[in-house]
Design a protein around this ligand. Structure first.
Ligand code: HGY
Ligand code: MN
Ligand code: MN
Ligand code: MN
Length: 415
């Protein structure tokens, strides 16, 4: 049987839900929604309401992941997990993460309305900490689902000094319940995520949907450079120990190392903190972040060592102190070939070719891969723009993505 699909209607429904969810932000203009904040609570409640309207069972785990349950074969049948994240970066686009959750709700609603049943269940997971933009953690909600949550996350602190554990309790959760959030690996078939591509390939290929082959590994570093505060007007340039200029040279070194890599490595200095921060004082202390990614874990590790050597060389020349700490590391994760094929077949049902490509962006699938095989569906986004308010996916492409999820689930046979 084929679940009837009206692509335009599916796309229009997704577009309306995107706008409704995007309106929930910490800021009156622009979209910022961090983990365990009042905005996260409001977004979780909206998503739970949509799940109930789709006649799904709804629950929430100890890290605030909202779960929608479709169990036509009863609660003990094996489950397909689908989902994405509802947290955002600062001043985010409307589609990163949220589109994946919305598409899952629409797809299960269409399947339910068509009266389809399957010998397995489907759980939708709406994760709240994929970006890692509030605490120096990332993928912690999906890590809990996968049974690999790192308790050390609980003592990390946000920019206001609030600890992850305190924020979790303030959100109404009990850290002691985190282990219960994990699925039994024997009960899980696979994890599938739909996500905007956040890159230019699908647009260049003229295709609305693609299938992911692997998710690139990443390292996040915090670099602290210490020098000596001084009077901006009196200290000769040759006598300065300027922490900011040292940090700037180190940032350029990271760029140089990435550009020289043969595996498409990328390096980003996204956050810089300068002390004391007065216009007329030579900076005495600078803390900056480095986000380093590559499709090759070996080359990324070699690049980290090269950066460390360069940073110390620069610090020595400038008589500065430097301390580098890696606060996040995730390996490159392959997507299961069988799931890639099943996703490509579902897209072919819709009359489209499905280019395959690696993902330079990180995703919850990297944590979920510790629980079960993973697959990812990419949706074309305009200009490949993401982590930017200009992020955009066309309703027709969103409708096709929802339809592809329906066909994937409809066609899925237990191994
Ligand atoms: O950083 C990433 O790749 C993802 O957006 N968390
Ligand atoms: Mn993102
Ligand atoms: Mn994302
Ligand atoms: Mn096509």
């Amino acid at each position: 049987m084929n679940v009837p699909l009206d692509i335009a209607a599916l796309g229009a429904r997704a577009a309306a839900m995107i706008e409704e969810l995007a309106a929930i932000s910490a800021t009156p203009d622009g979209l910022t929604r961090f983990f365990l904040t009042p905005e996260h609570r409001r977004a979780a409640d909206l998503v739970a309401g949509w799940m109930r309207e789709a006649d799904l069972g709804v629950s929430e785990d100890a890290l605030g992941t909202v779960r929608g349950h479709w169990h036509p074969a009863g609660p003990d049948a094996p489950r397909l997990l689908i989902g994405s994240h509802i947290d955002t970066v600062a001043n985010a686009g409307k589609y990163d993460g949220t589109l994946g959750v919305i598409l899952c709700i629409i797809a299960l609603d269409e399947i339910r309305k068509a009266g389809l049943t399957k010998p397995f269940g489907v759980d939708i997971l709406a994760f709240g900490d994929e970006e890692g933009t509030r605490f120096p953690t990332t993928l912690s909600a999906s890590a809990a689902v996968a049974g690999i949550f790192a308790p050390a996350s609980l003592v990390t602190r946000d920019a206001e000094g609030i600890s992850y554990g305190e924020a979790l309790i303030a959100y109404g959760k009990n850290p002691d319940d985190i282990p219960a959030a994990a699925y039994d690996p024997n009960k899980v078939i696979a994890y599938i995520e739909a996500h905007i591509e956040q890159g230019p390939v699908l647009e260049a290929e003229g295709e609305p949907l693609g299938v992911v082959t692997a998710i690139a590994g990443a390292s996040r570093l915090s670099v602290t450079v210490t020098g000596e505060a001084g009077h901006a007007g009196t200290v000769p340039m040759s006598m300065r120990r300027d922490a900011l200029l040292g940090a700037a040279e180190m940032a350029l070194a990271a760029e140089r190392i990435a550009k020289a890599d043969a595996h498409g490595m990328v390096a980003t200095v996204g956050r810089v903190h300068v002390e004391p921060g007065s216009v007329n004082v030579i900076p005495s202390r600078v803390v900056f972040t480095v986000d380093l990614r590559s499709g090759s874990d070996l080359s990324r590790r070699e690049a980290l060592e090269r950066f460390e050597r360069e940073a110390h060389r620069i610090a020595d020349l400038r008589h500065l102190g430097v301390v580098i700490s890696a606060f996040h590391e995730v390996a490159t994760v392959p997507c299961f070939r069988d799931l890639q094929l099943r996703l490509r077949n579902a897209i072919a049902d819709l009359g489209h070719r499905a280019p395959t490509m690696p993902s330079g962006a990180g995703h919850d699938g990297q944590a979920m891969s510790k629980l079960c095989p993973i697959g990812m569906l990419f949706v074309r986004c305009r200009g490949g723009i993401s982590h930017n308010p200009a992020e955009y996916a066309a309703p027709q492409d969103m409708g096709l993505a929802a339809a592809a999820l329906v066909r994937f689930i409809e066609r899925f046979q237990l191994p």
